[in-house]
Design a protein around this ligand. Sequence first.
Ligand SMILES: O=C(O)CCC(=O)C(=O)O
Ligand SMILES: [Fe+2]
Length: 433
Amino acid sequence: MEAFITRKKRKSGPETNDVPSPILATGGEDDESTDLKLAMLSSLHVDFDQETLLDLLLAHDGSVQATSQAIRAGHAAKKSTSSVTAQASLRSFGVTATSSEESHRPTKKSKLLSRKGATLHLYDPHDIAEHTPCSIIHNFLPPDEANELLVELLEESKTFEKITFKLFDNVVSSPHTSSFYVGSLDEINAQKYEYTYNGSKITDVRKITPYLDLVKPRVAEAVNREITRRIDTHQAGQRLPLQSARPWTPNAAFVNCYNGPSQNVGWHSDQLTYLGPRAIIGSLSLGVAREFRVRRVLPPDEDEDAQGQIAIHLPHNSLLVMHAEMQEAWKHCVVPAASIEPHPIAGNRRINVTYRDYRAEFHPRHTPRCGCDVPCVLRVVQRKRENFGKYFWMCHAGNVPGKEGCTFFQWAEFDEEGRPVRRGKMATEPGTT
Ligand SMILES: O=C(O)CCC(=O)C(=O)O
Ligand SMILES: [Fe+2]
């Protein structure tokens, strides 16, 4: 129980960012993580909200199996999940911003708007930029273009599949469906045969669709504008340490489909392995509006109130930019909804496109390979005060159902542009680390 609550133990390496499911998020080897246990329970019991699942998990001494059995046996009552409600801008309440993002966690001086156990709902772009590591552009595309992209992706989503992954010793499915799009046949082959996600190869990689391709430069332009603005307003005119000066250039798109109110994605940070440190992501929402939540990652003993969640309302045709301070220091999720408002084109479905910049320097041939001869995953220490925020490479081969990983671990080093510094043997020299 103690170990569960304080999240102390883990199998190898420091504690780190976790993951619910998708290939685009970090792997599930952090077997002592409460978030992973919650993600797993969420996947198995989509009607239960996270708060209820956490209560139940605590009541069952941190055992996923016992919690799940109790739910199945009908011993647990579910609480209602939150739904979207209208809200005026926080500015009308005279609330001021938290301090700038010079560090990974709130300083003592920061004015904390969210409280442990409570959720602050934000709708206004100005509030979102002030109080989260994101910015949002509403009505991003010309309406017809947004609708055409939505229609195209709804058709695509008919053949999307749930991702099956391993958590602890169980094989579970993500509670939504998705697919992955890149620009050319060569890139499709590279993704299928050279890149590794959660320890294995992926098979469903598709050629970018006409509308995804049409929208891509618009997203690139808007995201680069938002990055410049963010640097001015939140970073005192400076890039963050390790943030690349190179323009953000999307060359891959993950498309998620949430069919109905209960489909969701659990708490996670997006995988940095191929994007590098300080990754920036452009996330376009289409169809049904859903709630996206963010919360800070805190080392143990941090002010409990800083653990509150912030909900960002994502309406049709909105572009959310997850900025450079996000993936290392915050987690995000899409919560199940109590109810949704059907969309005239999409019905109960929400389509989400995350445009990503896969950096050539992070191709698996340039990054460390573990004792299993598999390119490593890049992660960040998130649950230990010691080494908090440090990057490391580790084995993720054990995430594959039926496979054991190795104990490979190596601190990651980067140059000032966030490019990996080559030390020892890399992936082109298999089996020699
Ligand atoms: O659906 C969303 O808005 C977010 C999806 C997400 O977090 C992801 O694809 O990594
Ligand atoms: Fe994500």
